[in-house]
Each structure stands twice: as C-alpha cells, then as structure tokens.
Design a protein. Structure first.
Length: 89
C-alpha cells in the first residue's frame, strides 16, 4: 500500500488495521468494508466507476503518504536505535 501510494497509484484495501487512517476513501483509493470477496469486489467496482479519476487519486495518494512517511525512514529508524543504545549504556 505504501509503495503504491509513493508511486502515485490509488489503492484498494480492506477497512482493517490502520488502513482507514492512511486511505481517505474515495480520495486516494477505496476501502472495502471488510476482508471478504464481496466487500473487495464492491470496492473494486466503485474504483472502476471512477477510473477516469485514477490519475488525480494517485497524485492525492502520493501527497497523503508523504505526509505520513518520513523522506528517509531508514535513517529515522537507525537514529532511534542509536539513541536507544546510547541511553542504555
């Protein structure tokens, strides 16, 4: 999901875990009501009905994910590890 959004692609995901905090339904992609074939099919159908907006949604997805994910997550993570190690010496 993150990689698709970083590549400016709209996403379809289930409405579980943290997906609703990341995906604004109908803006950057579509949320299926649950992890069932029928729910995912319904979300895909909604996407198909608005396929002409896919490029615009993809751009919105890229903008949204860049608000949530640091530019260099590896550097942020390694910095936190270093700080943790230094604190416990």
């Amino acid at each position: 999901m993150v990689e698709a959004m970083l590549c400016a692609r709209p996403v379809v995901a289930t409405n579980v875990a943290g997906h609703p905090e990341v995906i604004k339904d109908g803006v950057v992609g579509f949320l299926a009501d649950g992890p069932t074939v029928a729910s995912v099919a319904k979300a895909l159908e909604r996407f198909w009905e608005r396929r002409s907006e896919a490029e615009q949604m993809g751009k919105a997805a890229a903008e949204r994910i860049r608000q949530l994910v640091p530019r260099d997550p590896t550097q942020v993570f390694s910095g936190k590890i270093r700080k943790l190690v230094e604190t416990h010496r």
